[in-house]
Write a protein that binds this ligand. Structure first.
Ligand SMILES: N[C@@H](CCC(=O)N[C@@H](CS)C(=O)NCC(=O)O)C(=O)O
Length: 200
């Protein structure tokens, strides 16, 4: 399987989960500035939306959506504790969190990456993110990971997205439990290895 990724993008979550799950992936780096692949060809022929991540299966099928790909990799790997079994309440809870991260954090952050986002919108986005960070901070006061005592794919996705705060001048020190979580997850060998492999 191939993972089309860009360093520090949401594809990092998929990369981390693959390493945690022991699933081997061939990494293909995408230059999102010009939507180019290493051979100079247009990445939009792989994903017309121009987004990473894309997971390409050996039969050529390509699938997208971070929140879904991390589940597939966790389910196919040998480390069952990365995600509760399908059909259980625990799995539903994890899926609920994946959706919160995708829709409330990931896509809200996206507005701050754009040069053409008006300042007024930026302020609204920052306030929305502050609310969500406070929510995560409260939860993490009582438990080390977002779904409890065990690291799961939810934490890999949350780590990847919350880390963007450091690149858009959002000070996480106002959220001590969230900050401690970022260190806890960032210290994991899988996270260190993923960052190293992505060349950052
Ligand atoms: N719905 C997709 C969104 C993926 C996405 O937003 N990818 C960003 C990087 S984190 C991207 O590739 N952006 C390039 C662009 O906006 O042109 C998912 O959840 O995986």
């Amino acid at each position: 399987m191939k993972l089309y990724y860009a360093p520090y993008a949401c594809s990092l979550a998929v990369h981390i989960v693959a390493l945690e799950a022991g699933v081997s992936l061939d990494l293909v780096k995408v230059d999102l500035d010009g939507y180019t692949l290493p051979d100079g060809s247009d990445y939009r022929s792989v994903n017309p939306r121009g987004y990473v991540p894309v997971l390409e299966f050996d039969d050529g099928e390509r699938l997208t959506e971070t929140a879904v790909l991390v589940q597939y990799l966790a389910d196919s790997g040998s480390h069952r504790e990365l995600l509760p079994a399908f059909g259980t309440r625990e799995r539903l809870r994890a899926q609920s969190w994946l959706n919160v991260i995708a829709t409330e954090l990931h896509k809200t952050f996206s507005w701050l990456w754009r040069d053409d986002t008006p300042e007024e919108t930026r302020q609204i986005v920052r306030a929305k993110l502050a609310d969500r960070f406070a929510e995560l901070d409260g939860l993490l006061a009582a438990q080390p990971f977002l779904t409890g005592t065990q690291f799961t794919v939810v934490d890999a996705y949350a780590f990847t997205v919350v880390d963007w705060a450091n690149h858009v001048d959002i000070d996480l020190s106002a959220y001590p439990n969230l900050s401690a979580f970022m260190v806890r997850v960032g210290d994991r060998p899988s996270v260190q290895a993923a960052l190293r492999e992505e060349g950052e």
